[in-house]
Design a protein around this ligand. Structure first.
Ligand SMILES: C[S@@+](CC[C@H](N)C(=O)[O-])C[C@H]1O[C@@H](n2cnc3c(N)ncnc32)[C@H](O)[C@@H]1O
Ligand SMILES: Nc1nc2[nH]cc(C(=O)O)c2c(=O)[nH]1
Ligand code: SF4
Ligand SMILES: [Mg+2]
Length: 214
């Protein structure tokens, strides 16, 4: 059984695929935070900007099979002329608690490229076309290779230098949005300064927030 908080059609806001039309599937649950505000300060990941509790969001629900969830997600993709390759982003919560090879195969069978946004602490199933790892604090990585490493910055216990030698094609720093912590704004100036001083790293902005979309 797959538990999905919400699913929606939008533009990928972040990283190397920013701007690309995408079906997002946000799985319920995470291994680094319960999702309850009273647990945030003591969680392994403390700055999360996302509600991933329950199955009550738009197009959310429980799906008994990979085929059923794949059909549900395919219905959100509007393109019927075959010009653009359909693209699905599995996120959460932590998608690698639930994403498996049958679901990836079911999306491939429907013509989709499959992307994943993960905290990198759990092993990934085979077949992912675009793997984004976003390390969290002191949490140990189970995945040390992929398409992009996208580090939220700054994190006192996760300096960029710890990840700079890993086997990724792209390295992004994304300014921490501090609104979840009760502070307005983002850590923009610090992040820009780090990229200027360390050109291996590129700036990733959360462009969906700028655009005012999901
Ligand atoms: C909500 S997470 C879900 C996927 C996975 N659990 C992860 O952490 O990568 C999606 C993306 O949002 C980023 N993110 C979460 N909270 C953020 C914040 N306050 N500011 C900037 N990026 C944030 C994460 O680092 C991750 O790249
Ligand atoms: N538009 C949009 N782009 C995103 N890229 C990563 C997101 C996520 O929450 O995983 C996200 C999201 O929530 N919305
Ligand atoms: S690991 Fe990802 S989903 Fe989990 S609490 Fe952190 S940012 Fe949120
Ligand atoms: Mg998000």
């Amino acid at each position: 059984m797959y538990h999905v908080k919400e699913a929606f059609y939008t533009l990928q806001g972040e990283g190397g695929q920013a701007g690309r039309a995408s079906v997002f599937c946000r799985f319920t649950g995470c291994n680094l935070w319960s999702g309850r505000e009273q647990d945030r300060a003591t969680a392994a990941c403390t700055f999360c900007d996302t509600d991933f509790v329950g199955t009550d969001g738009q197009n959310g629900g429980r799906f008994a099979s990979a085929e059923a969830l794949a059909e549900h997600l395919t219905a959100l993709w509007p393109d019927q002329d075959g010009v653009a390759t359909p693209y699905v982003v599995f996120t959460g919560g932590e998608p690698l608690l639930q994403l498996d090879e049958p679901l990836i195969r079911a999306m491939h069978a429907r013509g989709f490229e499959v992307a994943v946004e993960t905290n990198g602490t759990l092993p990934a199933p085979a077949g992912i076309d675009w793997l984004c790892v976003s390390p969290k604090g002191a949490s140990e990585l189970a995945i040390t290779a992929g398409d992009e490493l996208k580090l939220v910055y700054p994190q006192a216990d996760a300096p960029p230098a710890r990840f700079a030698g890993l086997d990724f094609d792209h390295f992004f720093l994304q300014p921490m949005d501090t609104a979840p912590l009760g502070e307005p704004g983002a850590r923009m100036a610090d992040t820009v300064a780090y990229c200027l001083a360390h050109p291996q790293w590129r700036l990733s902005l959360q462009t969906h927030k700028i655009a005012g979309i999901d």
